[in-house]
Each structure stands twice: as C-alpha cells, then as structure tokens.
Write a protein that binds this ligand. Sequence first.
Ligand code: GRF
Length: 185
Amino acid sequence: MKKIRAAVFASGAGSNFQAIMENDLLCEVALLVCDKPGARVLEKAEKFGVPTFVFDSKEYASKSDYEKELVHRLQQADISWIFLAGYMRIAGPTLLNAYENKIINIHPSLLPEFPGKDAIGQAFKAGVSTTGVTVHYIDDGIDTGPVIAQESIEVFSDDTAETLKERIQQVEHRLYPVVINRLMK
Ligand code: GRF
C-alpha cells in the first residue's frame, strides 16, 4: 500500500527532523520545508535524501504570498500531513485552510504554559519543578491549538538550562515519532 506522504517544516538544527527520519514511520517524509537558508537541518535533509524547499519570507510581499507558494509545492509533492519541528512562523489562513487538522507541532513545555520562543529558558527562569513536551495541532495562535500528547519532565535542583534542554530534547525525539505513527493509523 502507498504510504501517506508528509512534510517536515524545520528551520533550526534539525534534531527532531533527524529523530523522525531515524524511526520506522508509517508515513514517508517526502519534503523538508525550511525558511532559513543555511540552516543546519538542510545538511540533515541531504544526508537522508529528502528533497527540500527553502524560502526567504523577505522575497515575498506577504504571508499569504509565500503560503500560496508553499501550498502549491506541498500539493505538487502530494503531501497530506505537515509536522512542524522548529519552524518559527505563525501559520496564516492560506496554509491552515489547505491543511485543516493536518498540521501538528512539537513544543518544549507543558502548554498552555510557556508558549512562544525559548520555552525552556522561560520555564527555567520561572523556577518550576515540572515542565515537559507537548505535541499539538496548530491554529492561528502562538502554540495554542488542541493538545494531542504531553509528557512531563522533572526539573532537578542542579539543572542548568542546558541540562534541562538535553532531557527535554530526548523526550521530544522519542515522543514525536510515536505520536506521528498514532495519527497515521
Ligand atoms: C524543538 O525544541 C521544538 O520543540 C521546538 O523547536 C526546537 C527545534 O529543535 N519547536 P531542532 O531543530 O529539532 O533540534
């Protein structure tokens, strides 16, 4: 049977992209979308032989313009699911309407706590004893869509922001592929 085709959107180091690629997925990652020319995730895509679409938002007049191009590329590649993994842009109606309930994101906190940038730093500074990881559907807000799965992580008294980040990323790398496979069934 033909596998569902998915795209990963990532613009950073790509450790979640790598974790997704190294797992036995029920879908095929057929495209990597990246909005940061030169991002480290692009080397990883090359290593795994995943085609990429890289764009610079500054070259488009508006969000709806670059999202029209994105939707066109996604449809051309027969993509039916999108997994965000460090894509730092808020989706607009063009993308959301084309992929309704088919776009998920992973975020390094127990949402609704600590949405937005540097969630790990925010949690660390706030001095919480527990934080975690959330996988959720996206909507037009910042990390506000319906939660699909969460896992808690204890913050130890001797943690630094870096050691906490390491443990959070270990959980992300295990959780995201599991949740993806659950959704593909
Ligand atoms: C991850 O922590 C993810 O939760 C957040 O962005 C980070 C991406 O890291 N949305 P990487 O590029 O996958 O290493």
